[in-house]
Design a protein around this ligand. Structure first.
Ligand code: SF4
Ligand code: SF4
Ligand code: FES
Length: 507
């Protein structure tokens, strides 16, 4: 759901109120916080989150309403006709200072080693409205640190400001209710219920919504300072939901570090932990780093892309078109399928086309939130592309059919997200036993299979332009590529263009 649509469905009736001397018209029932949020007026807050219910516990979003004696919290204040609200008065700023001072009473000063540094709301607000000279003379209350509360999480209860976001996430989004706030006053502490751990596939969303560094990600912890990272929008290739995400990398050292959700109508504010791991295979240690071809003596060797393309065209010319087969994973973009089928099916006339799917996949599975049993981002796009060139569009694993097809030359677009294909290694092995297979892949695993005579390194999903169609046929765009982590990597469109060019000139 978009932020707009997160707001409870309201009657069409609107009201106009005044915010910082500006008249704003919003649907009746809108809170001052929502109205400000939609109109780019920032009201500092910790506990309010557009994807969760209102808790009103941090008391940080104080605003002044004309003709009312006290400051009020904007997150739980309904805008009414003619209301005049200010976020700019000195008394509001002063209240923010004091609210922050109280939040910091027991907060440890471990910003230099905290993973949230650079993305921490407490840090940001302190720089903006901090008192700087604290008036607290009591020692801080110490609470447990580095708790193991889930396979993906570490919890530092000392850093927690008791905003309750994580508790509401557990109750309202995953409905697992594993977290609570226990005790009272300055002994209050966030934690899991006795004998409970956070076990679902959405743990890292707690890291995202925690405004401070209380929840940190086991995967990302201590790996990198966030201000050294660049992020670019992409679409998660982990399943057919196609969550909108941002990929974070350090391009100067060609290293990817994490994936986080990007708000969209597809995934609201969330993504699953499985999807967060889809950056790992992009790093160089897992990549096929150069093209490989086999010389006339049968020796595999590293070659340039041009040589690899020339050797593939030579193979293509040496067999009849009915002996050529294509094996295609549903993990490529619509544009790549269009280029691939245009050349091999429409131009050359190849008719043996098989889908390369994981045999253990259960397409109908769905966890009720986002994660689907189809662990491919573009099953829909592949079906459409097949139909466009007059081939059956049924979703069917054709790996066995290919193995028995008698093909003498196979061109295989291998699955990119290897961890979503548990049978990949055994399938690579079986495939390598066929007469001649050209594997186009991101994966170093293909290089380790000696039987493969021809390998071409591909770009990963974060390194190319194109689009996926999710399970509903909705377009998810890859429009902001990082430079490829591997010099010789190309996308399928680029490889097919090169093959078509050599084919045309070799006539
Ligand atoms: S752990 Fe984070 S999200 Fe949970 S209550 Fe504390 S500060 Fe809020
Ligand atoms: S639900 Fe699917 S698309 Fe969304 S983050 Fe998880 S794996 Fe990626
Ligand atoms: S954001 Fe309003 S009380 Fe926390």
């Amino acid at each position: 759901m978009s932020q707009e649509s997160q707001v409870t469905q309201l009657p069409k009736e609107t009201i106009t109120f005044n915010l910082n001397d500006r008249d704003i018209t919003v649907p009746k029932g809108t809170t001052v916080m929502e109205a400000a949020h939609r109109n780019n007026v920032y009201i500092p807050h910790f506990c309010w989150h557009p994807g969760l219910s209102i808790a009103g516990v941090c008391r940080f979003c104080l605003v002044k309403v004309d003709n009312r004696p006290k400051l009020e919290i904007a997150c739980n204040l309904q805008a009414t006709p003619g209301m005049k609200v200010s976020t700019l008065l000195p008394e509001v700023k002063e209240a923010h200072k004091w609210a922050l001072e109280f939040h910091l009473v027991n907060h440890p000063l471990d910003c230099p080693i905290c993973d949230q540094a650079g993305e921490c709301k407490l840090q940001d607000f302190y720089m903006e409205v901090g008192k700087y000279k604290s008036e607290m003379d009591r020692p801080k209350v110490l609470k447990p640190k580095a708790l193991n509360v889930g396979s993906e999480l570490v919890l530092d209860t000392e850093r927690c400001i008791l905003c309750d976001r994580c508790v509401r996430f557990e109750q309202e989004v995953t409905k697992t209710g594993a977290l609570g706030i226990f005790n009272r006053g300055d002994r209050a502490i966030v934690g899991t219920f006795p004998d409970k751990k956070i076990e679902h596939n959405y743990q890292d969303n707690l890291v995202d919504i925690c405004p401070v560094g209380a929840f940190t990600s086991r995967d990302f912890r201590f790996k990198q300072r966030v201000w050294f990272l660049k992020d670019k929008p992409a679409v998660c290739p982990g399943c057919s939901t196609g969550c909108h995400v941002n990929v974070y990398a350090k391009p100067e050292v060609r290293t990817y570090y994490r994936v986080k959700p990007r708000e969209s109508a597809v995934n609201s504010f969330w993504m699953c932990d499985t999807g967060r791991k889809t950056y790992k295979h992009l790093n160089q240690d897992q990549r096929l780093r150069f093209p490989v071809a086999t010389d006339s003596a049968g020796k595999r060797k590293r070659v340039s892309t041009a040589e690899a393309v020339a050797s593939l065209v030579a193979q293509l010319r040496s067999v009849a078109v009915q002996d050529v087969a294509l094996l295609v994973s549903p993990q490529y973009t619509c544009e790549e399928y269009a280029a691939f089928f245009d050349f091999f099916v429409k131009k050359l006339g190849v008719t043996k086309v098989f889908q390369w799917r994981e045999p253990t996949e259960k397409l109908e599975e769905f966890d009720g939130l986002l994660y689907r049993g189809d662990h491919n981002p573009n099953t829909f796009g592949l079906s459409e592309a097949l139909a466009k060139v007059g081939l059956p569009k049924d979703v069917k694993n054709g790996f066995d059919d290919l193995a028995h097809s008698g093909a003498k030359l196979v061109i295989a677009l291998a699955p990119e997200i290897g961890f979503q294909f548990p049978s990949l290694d055994s399938q690579f092995q079986r495939l390598s036993e066929l007469p001649f297979v050209s594997v186009w892949t991101t994966s170093a695993a293909a290089y380790n299979v000696q039987g493969f005579k021809h390998l071409l390194p591909l770009k990963g999903f974060a390194e190319k332009r194109g689009s996926f169609l999710n399970y509903q046929g909705k377009v998810g765009e890859l429009a902001h590529p990082f430079p490829a982590a591997v010099d010789d990597a190309h996308d399928v469109v680029e490889v097919v263009t090169a093959v078509a060019d050599v084919w045309a000139h070799a006539l």
